[in-house]
Design a protein around this ligand. Sequence first.
Ligand code: ZN
Length: 205
Amino acid sequence: MDFSSKILENAVNEVSRLPGIGKRTALRLVLHLLKQPAENTKYLSEALLHLRNDVKTCEKCHNISDTVLCDICQNPKRNPEIVCVVEDIRDVMAIESTAQFKGLYHVLGGKISPIEGIGPQNLQIDSLINKVKQGEIKELIFALSSTMEGDTTNFYIYKQLQKFDITTSTIARGIAVGDELEYADEVTLGRSIINRIPFEQSIKS
Ligand SMILES: [Zn+2]
């Protein structure tokens, strides 16, 4: 691409670093911003800076939050004895949209993936085990996507927890293998949480 302006080229390069955005799309977005009132670009830049500088992760569940403890962990109506283990905030949002789950979450921040070099030490697994050790949790519901990495992660955590007196279950899958949670429709996902099955049963089948 030949640019008549270095400033324009620089903006296009920065935007095209985002996932799924090629140079052509980046150019279209940047030219769109140039046609809009200057405030719009100001608000966009401020929102992005605010996001990067000020967003926190909840101390308890590791979900993205504006405060030290997220709204879900702070809500006295939620049952802290039931904890749903998920990969990231998108899964929390998907499950919350079903309005079928009244426990808390534990956000791992990913899945064990030897190919990508992600091991248990790179995820929020120790803090989950600690919560279980402290006796805060009676039931853990695994709600990771049913990919090989998801299954490996579930099984790793399950093994670590066998010596503790807790129930482990996994969401019943109306969801096909390999589908990500965030793409499941609300009714299917809601039902799969209500009809969760004991984890032992899921690994035998
Ligand atoms: Zn939280």
